[in-house]
Design a protein around this ligand. Structure first.
Ligand code: SF4
Ligand code: SF4
Length: 436
């Protein structure tokens, strides 16, 4: 009988971690649906980027208020969860505050005291975030793509954090043995008097209830991550590591196309020359669905925090065009999730569903509204590159469907026929010199 709580705890822990692990496996499988890309270069620079951008949050503080609040929640949440280690050990072995047996009392008190202060700071920061989202209604949280689930998701996570932090403080306040230590109860000592006069038994019941709810809440939170934009807590690290290193304005040209264009632009080139044989011609140009994108772009989609910093700096969006780089990332992720579910439902094989990213999620109008200015890439706090997806889909439209806007089609026709973007014959190029 005395081992029943330990058995229940272990079963809950295995179920919680096991379900999370199975979803992580699906996540990897989905990301690996993307095309291969070589990102094995410049490892020191990549580690540096990860340390600076993901760990150091250097791009978050570009907007200081939101950045500062985010750092509090991030640091607070991560550090407080060190205490989860103690809960897990206690739960499995039936001990109580095992930390007191392995650490000096004042060290333990210092740790728990710091966690209690952080819990209060997290509560304040979460309250500020909630106000920004729901009362001040900051514009970038109100766009059309931020209704329904994305809006609720943003709030649910705030409520989660409030509940977990409160349970942590409540658990400490009702733990008489911890309060009697009078070390580390920096915040909970002010909550404890509310329970004065209660019997030992009642306090013990309340402490145990908070303890169980706290650990179950953490496991639920862990599993919620997979379905939420808060997956960025984990994915920001690999995403910043694999982020683009080449200069922001530099595109990856398709060699086969580049050589053909060069041939067209060169007046001395043989117009009947065959396309360069050494440049491999891809089976399909550009991207019309998620499986045409590379795996880093798919990792980008899963990492998007839906913060909207990209959209708030996008000149196309600011001038009323339909384009929102945040929506491009959300659409890519939603389509990838849909493809993943299709694979799950069909025993590991994707069965064509008559849908694709282009057209069913992202429209031509959105794609052609992009000025390719890179402002979204610069603004993203976790090194996401929405522009690369836009350019790949545009390439598909141009190369596979000849579906570019008429201005562009005219220009490309001129390059092909006249070797220049203008509608004048090559023979007439020097006519200007004859004008007197
Ligand atoms: S590159 Fe395109 S999507 Fe990104 S900010 Fe500029 S116009 Fe907007
Ligand atoms: S792409 Fe980056 S900046 Fe844009 S919403 Fe996602 S995380 Fe925020």
């Amino acid at each position: 009988m005395q081992y029943i709580p330990q058995i229940i705890f272990t079963l809950i822990l295995i179920a919680g971690v096991g379900y999370f692990a199975s979803n992580v496996k699906k996540l990897f499988r989905n990301i690996k649906l993307g095309k291969a890309i070589d990102v094995s270069d410049n490892k020191p620079q990549r580690w540096m980027n990860m340390a600076k951008i993901a760990l150091g949050q250097t791009k978050m503080v570009v907007r200081p208020i939101a950045g500062f609040l985010h750092i509090i929640v991030y640091v607070g949440f991560i550090i407080i969860n060190i205490e989860v280690l103690e809960i897990v050990i206690d739960g499995i072995f039936g001990t109580h505050r095992i930390g007191l047996s392995v650490l000096n009392e004042s060290v333990y008190g210092f740790l728990i005291g710091s966690f209690e202060i952080l819990a209060v700071l997290v509560l304040i920061a979460v309250f500020a975030f909630w106000i920004r989202r729901n009362i001040i209604k900051i514009k970038r949280f109100l766009s059309s793509e931020m209704t329904g689930w994305p809006k609720n998701d943003g709030n649910i996570i705030l409520y989660f954090e409030v509940v977990l932090m409160c349970l942590f403080l409540f658990m400490n306040a009702t733990d008489t043995s911890f309060q009697n230590l009078d070390s580390g109860n920096v915040v909970s000592q002010f909550i404890a008097p509310f329970f004065d006069g209660m019997s030992e038994n009642s306090l013990h019941m309340m402490e145990r209830t908070a303890w169980w709810l706290h650990i179950v809440g953490i496991l639920v939170f862990l599993n919620y991550l997979y379905f939420s934009k808060h997956l960025h807590i984990l994915l920001a690290f690999p995403n910043t590591y694999y982020g683009k290193l080449r200069p922001k304005g530099q595109f990856l040209n398709n060699e086969a196309v580049t050589k053909e264009v060069k041939l067209m632009m060169d007046p001395s080139a043989d117009p009947f020359a065959a396309p360069a044989e050494d440049a491999p011609v891809p089976e399909k140009f550009g991207a019309s669905d998620v499986t045409d994108l590379n795996w880093v772009q798919l990792l980008n989609a899963y990492t998007c925090t839906e913060c909207g910093r990209c959209t708030s700096e996008c000149p196309a969006n600011l001038t009323g065009k339909k384009l929102s780089p945040r929506k491009i990332m959300m659409d890519t992720r939603d389509r990838l999730v849909e493809v993943g579910k299709n694979i799950d439902a069909n025993k590991g094989t994707f069965v064509p569903d008559g849908k694709q990213l282009l057209g069913d999620y992202i429209t031509n109008e959105e794609l052609w509204a992009c000025t390719s200015c890179n402002a979204c890439v610069e603004a993203c706090p976790v090194s996401i590159d929405p522009l690369s997806i836009i350019m790949d889909m545009r390439q598909y439209l141009v190369m596979e469907q000849s579906a570019a806007p008429s201005d562009l089609n005219n220009m490309m026709g001129n390059i092909e026929n006249n070797g220049a973007p203008w509608p004048f014959n090559q023979q007439d190029r020097l006519n200007w010199a004859n004008e007197s």
